[in-house]
Design a protein around this ligand. Sequence first.
Ligand code: SAH
Length: 367
Amino acid sequence: MTLAEYHTLRPVSTPAGRLFTKPGVRGAADPAYDLLARSLEAYGERALDLNPGAGRVTLALLGQGLQVRAVETSRAALRCLEASFGRAVEVVCGLPWEVEPGWADLVALVLPAHRGSRYVELSLLGAARALRPGGRLYLAGSKERGFESYFRLAQAMLGYGLLLKREGPLRAAVLEKEHPPPPLPAPWQSFTARVRGRTLRFAHLPGVFSAGKLDAGSALLLAHLPEEGLGRVLDLGAGYGALSLPLVGQAEALTLLEDDWPSVLSAQENLGEQACVLHSDVDEALTPQARFTTIVSNPPFHVGGTVVLESAAAFIEAAYARLERGGKFYLVANRFLPYEPLLLERFGRVRTLAEEGYKVLLAQRTG
Ligand code: SAH
């Protein structure tokens, strides 16, 4: 797959109409989205979709004749939503708990359970805050991923709730806002870790990759990077900046690319003026001529809980395209992930620098 193919939007037909999707975007063929789309009924005038992904539920809300605002965090998903809906939907890049209080008559939320309980709790609080008194929250999720306990939590925040549908492990419910929501807790968290001879503090929002601790794979990659000659460094899929913060003072310049908005905000918090952090689906936010001496990455292999290799394949393509001649691409991955053939095909040669649960691979651009 070429990068151009990766970035091409793909039409999908759903019972409610056509949507665009692309690799790495949640929710186009997800049965929880489908269930919520089929469970909704119009209520009031203004609806907020707090986890739209490719927009299945957004489309259902629009079909009910509601005015719709969709708050999304993924750059790739934002692009799909804009292409699918144009001006018919107000598409917003933002955090699900930073919503306009009392704006919505109806909120729809597919529980973002793969992002961990703190992110789900803050999303539910966001839903409770966004609703006007008497407004309704439509929820969907899987009982294998905590639906029952999140439903109880939502009832404690809002008020009366009714289970609407059960399909296999999936559930859909509706709740009514009967009392004011609890206050929003401070979302930021932080931890310290010893890396490359220094103790560093990492701050992050909930729901980001490897929250609360440095990922063991990322630590292994850092241990195999040289101290000198890094030049201009690109961090592809940067998360909260785990790979970049330790390189401050060692790299000539640091550029971080990240698809997920809470991760972008976390990386900006950690790196401040010392790096350029861009909200980007792979390398789309870079200027065409941007090139780097070193590229580091711990590529994603889950999207909404499902294993996908397309995003990692696009990372490899982008790494090749963005390296100067002689530049080096350091990648770390779980040992079971089949990245070597992709690297070999693109770079012609790949070296394994370490193999300890994870593997650190090095590919150099010679041509
Ligand atoms: N480098 C960080 C994060 C690694 S996890 C660390 O070592 O801790 C992979 C990261 O890639 C996640 O933060 C994920 O949000 C991001 N990501 C996933 N798909 C992406 C895409 N299409 N473009 C850019 N970043 C993406």
